[in-house]
Ligand binder design. Sequence first.
Ligand code: URA
Length: 207
Amino acid sequence: MRTHTVDHPLAATLLTTMRDARTPNAVFRNALRDLTGILVYEALREAPVTRYEIETPVAFAEGVRLAHPPLLVPVLRAGLGMVDAAAELIPNAQVGFVGIARDEATHQPVPYMESLPADLSGIPVYVLDPMVATGGSMRHTLELLAARGATDITAICVVAAPEGIALLEKSDLPVRLVTATVDSGLNSDAYIVPGLGDAGDRQFGPR
Ligand code: URA
């Protein structure tokens, strides 16, 4: 699996805002939205385009559109805060959903919902989840997508842990990872260190 860590001063300042425990929920949500835009922009860097003719007010010119707009798949609940920014940049993208909670005792993913097109062959998929910690939720999501024929999957996250990256690498699923940072590792509660806490709680308040 290829991991691309986005190295940009603006991404680093937004990540700093998100890491800071004093950041209020609304400010955290705004920073996540803006950082998602940067991550999606980077993820699309080598996306193929189709050329077509347009007319400017002055002359004919060549225009481009994305040849294959990706399906966006936020992983609920934390991925919800990424979908608007991604959809704004790619207005013709379709959106699917996967819902996965986390068992706080075992740290295992607990899937509770999926709403995805039946056939994903030939369609690039961008999975949106701010945190790849153990990698369990991401692996489950990738398995759902691969079972529907997806072969071109990009996982877009804000913070990844080496443990999660190792799990995804071992799984041999067709995915590349775009992240703002790879942190030190997990603590005994499977939180990423230094991380930013629970990305769902930081956006929406504690459950
Ligand atoms: N999920 C989160 O939201 N934060 C972590 O640190 C780990 C998993």
